[in-house]
Design a protein around this ligand. Structure first.
Ligand code: PEP
Ligand code: MN
Length: 333
């Protein structure tokens, strides 16, 4: 249930109302926007007298929220959430370019790519240290050493870093990482989501290969229900019967997620297509449909990459694409 307050609502009366609602065992989520304050009520609202609340002088309207996702629901928080990563903001009109290799392979590799993507205007460096591979015989990432090398690249360039966490048991290794990524395969690892909910740092949550938008939002809800509201949603392609591409990039998810939720939505055209030459057109399409950022795989030597070389752009191609993305955004605004 949401209670929308009138713009001139008295603060003391508002606090009394919140106290009364909490006294009924409800969790009250307060969203203070530029134009209105919305109280989101979570819990058993069946016995709440809507008419009584609606009759209060300071209340503008009272509505039931039928969706099972509450905290990430736009009805609970009408304005866009803006997630800050260092000086960079994501969402609410602020666009973010994340770029880097699939996996951290060596100091030379990650530092050179970090410098190249920074020169091309990237805001955040990506790089996997713990890799979720389909085959146990494939490169599994440099793990702790990979995290250390990411931090070296951050020191060298000033770019914040995002990297995937696979397991709750690794959490303490990620203390000094700027953004924690939950990969597609872990989107419904509820124990991990709950733990990330206790942190005070951004989480990049990727949509699972075969998950619906509602399931993605419910996973965001797991993180937010534990207190961490800094969630960035990511559409990275889903499994369909498309045969020539790694996945199908569901771009209609972007405007739909924006309608359903206040969280920023970014797009990963690299994992969605699996082919470097498909990345620029899909990245431009994503920018045109209003996403809040892109995460793109870039490698200095794609043919010899230890993971996902086929979908990785060379730094020079990334730079060209970054210019086109700015032009598309301008044209679409
Ligand atoms: C990744 O970004 O490195 C990755 C493994 O992506 P996804 O979880 O979307 O497959
Ligand atoms: Mn990859």
């Amino acid at each position: 249930m949401i209670v929308v307050l009138k713009p001139d609502a008295d603060c003391e009366k508002r606090d009394q109302l919140i106290g009364w609602l909490r006294g009924m065992g409800l969790d009250v989520h307060i969203s203070t926007g530029r134009f209105q304050t919305v109280l989101g009520l979570i819990g058993d609202t069946a016995s709440v007298d809507m008419d009584l609340i609606g009759s209060l002088e300071m209340v503008d309207s009272v509505k039931r929220v039928s969706e099972t996702f509450k905290r990430c629901n736009r009805k609970f928080h009408p304005e866009d959430t803006v997630v800050s990563v260092g000086n960079k903001k994501i969402g609410g009109g602020s666009f973010c370019m994340i770029a880097g290799p699939c996996s951290v392979e060596s100091e030379e590799q990650i530092v050179s790519i970090a410098k190249a993507v920074k020169a091309a205007g990237a805001d955040i460096l990506r790089g996997g240290a713990f890799k979720p591979r389909t085959s146990p015989y494939d490169f599994q990432g440099l793990k702790e050493e990979g995290l250390r090398l990411l931090k070296t690249a951050r020191d060298e360039t000033g770019l914040p870093i995002v990297t995937e966490i696979l397991s709750v048991s690794d959490l303490e290794l990620f203390t000094d990482i700027d953004v924690l990524q939950v990969g597609a395969r872990n989107m419904q690892n509820f124990d991990l989501l709950k733990e990330l909910g206790h942190l005070n740092k951004p989480v990049l949550l990727k949509r699972g290969l075969a998950n619906t938008l509602k399931e993605l939002l419910m996973s965001a809800e797991y993180i937010m229900a534990n207190g961490n509201e800094q969630v960035i949603l990511c559409e990275r392609g889903i499994r369909t019967y498309s045969d020539y591409l790694r996945n199908t990039l569901d771009l209609s998810a972007v405007p739909m997620l924006h309608e359903l939720s206040h969280l920023p939505v970014i797009v990963d055209p690299s994992h969605a297509t699996g082919m470097a030459r498909m990345v620029p057109p899909m990245a431009m399409a994503a920018a045109a449909c209003g996403c809040d950022g892109l995460i793109i795989e870039v490698h200095n030597d794609p043919p010899h990459a230890l993971c996902d070389g086929a979908q990785s752009l060379k730094p020079s191609d990334y730079e060209k694409l970054a210019g086109k993305i700015s032009a598309v955004r301008e044209a679409a605004s």
